[in-house]
Structure formats: structure tokens, C-alpha cells
Design a protein around this ligand. Structure first.
Ligand code: SF4
Ligand code: SF4
Length: 228
């Protein structure tokens, strides 16, 4: 087995070379994730979740006003594609180093109503110390806010893991004002998932969209500490 610190550094460099601006490792059995249901059903096979984050492009977000645009749809898909490529490469590097590794798709539904993916990349990102969970329930990066997308690679390599960082939205309420469904409340626990889903259903019926996307709370969240 390779030195795990060296291996972690190599994975971070690989991810950065493919466009990731955020990188972290979550301990899947650690106290941060215990009792959260994440990342079940994989926790028995894997001990770590490597989380990669890529930044959404500002010019695409600038075009969003009251609804998603075809440009945003394309950018959302392309970012997921780039994330999946980076996750595949990181998983391949782990496998070549002798470890089991599973690249979890950036965006793939395995349940409808309520919608659910394989696991919550943002929850793993929080456990890895990449950012904090904001009022919008999105993962808020200290530099890029919620204008990011994430992917995870699960592995049995005992990589050094991060811990959740302290942080909160402070006095910022930008996403509350931006949300057309009024789904966002004072605390992440107040998030109204049904109201958000109903609006995403509406948006998915717009011409040239056809997918449950929005982007308005993402656009609003450029948290940089100056709003505190
Ligand atoms: S995705 Fe859209 S509807 Fe849902 S919380 Fe964000 S802004 Fe509101
Ligand atoms: S927009 Fe402001 S209130 Fe909303 S999640 Fe981001 S930092 Fe928090």
C-alpha cells in the first residue's frame, strides 16, 4: 500500500489538473456522518469519500433571471460530465494503487418523489471540510459560495480525512430573496423541499429545458465572508 499522504496529494493534483478547485476526504464512519444516513448503502464497503468540486461559470449564471435557461442546462450537464471524468480518473488512480474505488455519478436519480441520488455529494463535502451547509441546504465554499458542483469517489484506501469547518451564512439572505418558490428559510432545517420540487417540476416543462434544474439559489450565493 502506498503512503496515504502521498497518495492523497497525488489524487488532489490529478483532480486539480482536470479542473477541480475543491478537494477533500470524508471519513465515512466518522462522527460527522454518523446517524445522517449518508452515505448509505455504501458505508460497509468503503471507509472514505473523496469529494471533488468544480466551479460553475459566472457568465452562464449571469444569464439566469427568473428561470433556468437552455445555456444553463447545457452548462449544468457539461459540468457534471467534467466531474464524472475527474471522478473516473481519481477512481482509476486509486484502483492502480491497489484500493477499491467507486466513482459515484455527479447527478443520477435512483428514486423519484422524493428525488434522490446515490448519495449526497454536498453532505460528504461538508464532512470533508470543504465548506458549510447554508440556509439553502447547498454546500457553501469559502471562496466560491454555492456556485459549485460536486462529485464523490468512495474508496477503502485509508486516506487522511478532513473534519467539518465552522461557518454559517451570517446576515446573508440572498438566496431567500432569489428563490421563486420561497422554499428557503432561516435555517437549513426549514428548507421546504416540496415547494422547491414543485417549482423544479414547472421548470422542467419549459421549452428547451426538460430537466429538474433551477440555478437561482446557486447564482445568489457568492459567499465570501464580506456579507457577515
Ligand atoms: S432550486 Fe430554485 S426553487 Fe429550489 S430552493 Fe433553489 S431557488 Fe428555490
Ligand atoms: S446565499 Fe447567503 S444565506 Fe443563502 S446559502 Fe449562500 S451564504 Fe447562506
Amino acid at each position: 500500500m502506498r503512503d496515504v499522504y502521498e497518495l492523497r496529494d497525488e489524487l488532489e493534483r490529478t483532480a486539480a489538473g482536470m479542473g477541480a478547485v475543491a478537494f477533500g476526504v470524508a471519513d465515512l464512519s466518522g462522527p460527522a456522518l454518523r446517524g445522517t444516513g449518508a452515505p448509505s448503502p455504501f458505508a460497509e464497503r468503503f471507509s472514505r469519500g473523496v469529494v471533488l468540486g468544480m466551479r460553475l461559470q459566472r457568465a452562464v449564471l449571469d444569464d439566469l433571471a427568473e428561470r433556468p435557461t437552455p445555456l444553463y442546462l447545457h452548462h449544468y450537464r457539461q459540468t457534471n460530465y467534467q466531474l464524472d471524468r475527474a471522478a473516473w480518473t481519481v477512481a482509476d488512480a486509486l484502483q492502480r494503487a491497489g484500493s477499491a474505488a467507486l466513482a459515484v455519478p455527479a447527478s443520477q436519480l435512483v428514486q423519484r418523489d422524493p428525488q434522490r441520488g446515490h448519495l449526497s455529494h454536498r453532505r460528504l463535502g461538508w464532512a470533508a471540510g470543504i465548506g458549510f451547509i447554508g440556509r439553502s441546504t447547498l454546500l457553501v465554499h469559502p471562496r466560491y459560495g454555492a456556485q459549485m458542483r460536486y462529485v464523490s469517489v468512495l474508496t477503502d484506501a485509508p486516506l487522511p480525512a478532513g473534519i467539518p469547518v465552522a461557518g454559517d451564512c451570517g446576515s446573508c439572505r440572498a438566496c431567500l430573496e432569489a428563490c421563486p418558490a420561497r422554499a428557503i428559510g432561516e435555517r437549513a432545517e426549514d428548507f421546504n423541499r416540496e415547494a422547491c420540487c414543485a417549482r423544479l417540476n414547472e421548470f422542467s416543462r419549459l421549452p428547451f429545458i426538460g430537466q429538474h434544474i433551477c440555478g437561482l439559489c446557486v447564482k445568489a450565493c457568492l459567499f465570501d465572508g464580506s456579507r457577515r
